[in-house]
Design a protein around this ligand. Structure first.
Ligand SMILES: Cc1cc2nc3c(=O)[nH]c(=O)nc-3n(C[C@H](O)[C@H](O)[C@H](O)COP(=O)(O)OP(=O)(O)OC[C@H]3O[C@@H](n4cnc5c(N)ncnc54)[C@H](O)[C@@H]3O)c2cc1C
Length: 694
């Protein structure tokens, strides 16, 4: 059981109408929170929120600002954050894992308050410096320091107008001129303009940009990274030869100035090539360098995965916020009752409503824990790569596995958050559509997470490709253990629902859910590989056959793999000694609900692959799902409390922790500027016939 000291890190909640359901929970909601998150990280977040609450620049806005003002506000916030020095200076001398975990928690806290601000910092500081570390050398240290200390505003420019996912086909060129020892950066046409680049539209002075390197002999050395000055940092005016601008209003995240840029034979010094793995001599000879492979590997993992992990951490919070709003509202909102004229019941009592929103509440808990576990594995891997003595082969395997895990989990977490927001919006009826309910803002700001840092459908394929490789390997290379089940494939594929029942495995058990998942993944792997092999025997190329086995096969495999990992991580966390006995039943129900809900979505595959026949399997899985929904009804508000940030951060008029739903809505209606004033344009809309009588 957590010490009182740990519980005290989390502030108490006000008493009010939500206590009707709050008091039904048979566990302490603060203890529940301490299972989901590390005490120290919770403390960091609450400290940040406390400091920002008194800052006028971070106060929630009540109506949508014009786009330009949103950009100005986010840019000012970035500066203010730098002035506030949220991380104490000693953090920077701490070991890698501790330091990055600390900074990631600051980012989570900031994202919950202002997503645009957090993305601006993540792009301009985190991603930029990580990529520079992975690709640059000592000669880029000065730019690294300036970016880290926010002396310059930076961006990462990869995407072009006609190419996003297939970055290898980017066409911006960097041609070396030995005469002047410079690279000439050129954009051949508008389709090759860099675009969607965050911070580039109005503010960035330096871009870390990818372009094809050509030496003077006309040889193509592939895509390389360059530091490209864009604007004078003192005036923010672009340099001659650079055409740069803002791409305009987006669906959300308008605090970020996403930009486009074109170069007209624009010259940059030779030293601006990021030369970690390859360099051009002053005379113009391209030389590849490959020293300290372990460190390079770790750095590459860092530059690719850190951003995606950050997105998952943010998205698991977004998912939590949506679920909290839906659950608190469901407890307070009453409609209908057994007696037509008698008391009405809360909509949380309806099975249909529970089935719609509780799985997202469970998903929020499970995914929060699994993203934490994944982050730990990732940070440990990078830290290992920085150590002097490490087995390069083992490290390569770990890096590939972590990459597969991140590539399948980023789609799972971002899609679940996306769906949770929409379901919660509808679950809160008309009031859910109020701007002040905050579900619209959550939706629009979260939406691009499914696209940037790797489009979900494209990214997921990297995980299924890795799994297929393991399936075909003589020896499964899964040092993290996420694919060791493949070693037992023959036994797993002989299993079915009937055999599980014969062996006495209860449906309400982690054993059952694990067996179902392992069968599902093995069957999807077997079928994907068989389909690809058949295509290959018919002379169909690998590219086409791989594309043709995505639907119902590899795509589902990637998702199932991420769900399996999430469930296993949650189960491992719940089994730890520090979890108090009073929490075990509710944690088990959360696990069961998320597990059966996910299995239900794979139902047709279980039948297609003859794991099950007749209705028994579907009835069993769905029976547990509905039963657990009912069981969680009395715990849901306490679980929501455990997931919720402070009210001003959640920023939803329909889900305040005081539970005074209608008083809070009344306040918004009545104080809405000009709510009860006659419109200034009233005269212009008086019907013509009436107007003549005025
Ligand atoms: C808000 C925001 C901020 C961004 N910030 C930056 C930034 O700072 N720097 C930067 O360089 N870029 C940035 N981007 C761009 C982003 O990285 C790209 O949009 C992303 O990589 C997807 O590429 P795309 O837009 O070209 O989509 P496309 O690759 O054209 O994809 C379009 C659709 O085709 C599908 N598709 C593509 N290939 C396949 C396939 N093989 N099989 C099946 N389906 C496929 C995809 O699933 C997708 O649904 C940003 C984007 C957004 C929305």
């Amino acid at each position: 059981m957590p010490a009182e000291q740990e519980r005290n890190v989390i502030p108490d909640l006000p008493r009010g109408p939500l206590c009707t359901y709050r008091s039904k929970a048979k566990f302490n909601w603060k203890d529940f929170r301490l299972v989901l998150e590390d005490t120290e990280l919770i403390k960091i977040k609450y400290d940040i929120w406390r400091r920002l609450e008194s800052e006028p620049l971070f106060a929630p806005v009540t109506s949508t600002l014009p786009v330009d003002q949103q950009k100005e506000r986010a840019a000012r916030q970035v500066n203010r954050i730098a002035d506030l020095e949220l991380a104490p200076p000693e953090i920077y001398s701490k070991p890698y894992k501790y330091r990055v975990r600390y900074l990631m928690s600051i980012n989570e806290a900031l994202h919950a308050v202002c997503p645009s601000l957090s993305v601006k910092i993540a792009l301009g500081v985190g991603l930029f410096t990580n990529s520079l570390l992975a690709m640059g050398t000592e000669r880029h240290q000065d730019t690294y320091n300036k970016a880290w200390n926010r002396e310059i505003i930076t961006c990462l420019a990869i995407t072009e107008v006609s190419h996003g996912s297939n970055t290898k086909r980017c066409r911006t060129t960097a041609t070396y001129d030995p005469e002047t020892q410079e690279f000439i950066i050129h954009t051949p046409d508008f389709e090759a303009a860099k675009c969607w680049v965050g911070n580039l539209g109005k503010t960035a002075s330096v871009a870390l940009m990818f372009a094809i390197l050509y030496t003077a002999d006309g040889q193509n050395h592939g895509l390389q990274g360059f530091l490209v000055p864009i604007r004078d940092p003192k005036t923010l005016l672009p340099y001659p030869g650079v055409t740069v601008g803002d791409i305009g209003e987006k669906i959300g995240l308008n605090g970020i100035d996403n930009g486009f840029v074109m170069f007209n034979h624009y010259r940059i010094p030779r030293e601006n090539l990021l030369n970690r793995t390859g360099d051009v001599t002053p005379e113009g000879v391209y030389e590849s360098t490959f020293s300290e492979p372990g460190k390079i590997l770790g750095a590459v993992l860092e530059s690719f995965s850190a951003g995606r992990l950050g997105i998952m951490q943010e998205s698991s919070n977004t998912l939590s916020h949506a679920a909290v709003i839906a659950v608190r509202y469901a407890a307070l909102r009453k409609q209908f009752g057994t007696d037509r004229d008698g008391p009405e019941q809360s909509i949380i009592e309806y099975q249909l409503h529970q089935w719609r929103i509780f799985p997202y509440l469970a998903a929020a808990c499970v995914l929060k824990v699994s993203v934490f576990a994944m982050t730990e594995t990732y940070l440990e891997t990078v830290q290992k790569s920085q150590a002097e003595s490490n087995g390069f082969e083992l490290l390569t395997q770990i890096v590939s596995e972590v990459h597969a895990l991140v590539s399948s989990s980023k789609p799972l977490v971002t899609w679940t958050a996306r769906d949770a927001i929409q379901e919660s919006r509808e679950a809160c009826g008309g009031h859910g559509y109020l701007r002040s309910a905050n579900l619209g803002e959550l939706r629009n700001n979260h939406d691009p997470s499914c696209t940037y840092e790797g489009d979900n459908n494209v990214l997921g394929q990297q995980a299924s490709n890795w799994l297929v490789r393991q399936w075909k390997n003589v020896k499964v290379e899964s040092p993290v253990g996420t694919a060791s089940f493949i070693e037992r494939r023959d036994k797993i594929l002989r299993m079915n629902f009937e055999s599980l029942q014969r062996s006495g495995v209860p449906v309400e058990s982690s054993e059952f859910i694990t067996h179902c998942y392992e069968w599902l993944m093995c069957w999807l792997l077997q079928e994907s590989v068989a389909q690809m092999d058949k295509a290959s025997s018919q002379g169909i190329d690998t590219f086409t056959s791989r594309n043709n086995c995505q639907v119902y096969r590899a795509r589902d495999l990637s998702r199932a793999y991420a769900e399996y990992y999430a469930l296993r991580s949650f189960w491992t966390r719940c089994a730890r000694d520090d979890v108090s006995e009073s929490l075990r039943p509710v944690l088990f129900n959360v696990y069961l609900l998320y597990g059966t809900w996910c299995l239900d979505r794979h139902m047709s595959t279980f039948y297609t692959g003859s794991f099950a026949n007749g209705s028994a399997f579907a009835d069993a899985v769905r029976g547990v799902l509905l039963k657990v929904c009912g069981l969680l009804k009395d715990s849901a508000v306490a679980i929501a409390d455990a997931l919720a940030p402070p009210d001003w951060v959640l920023n939803s008029v329909i889900a305040k922790s005081d539970g005074r739903l209608y008083e809070n809505i009344q306040s918004v209606f009545m104080t809405n500027p000009g709510a009860m004033e006659r419109a200034a344009w009233w005269k212009d809309i008086i019907p013509t016939k009436l107007r003549s009588k005025l």
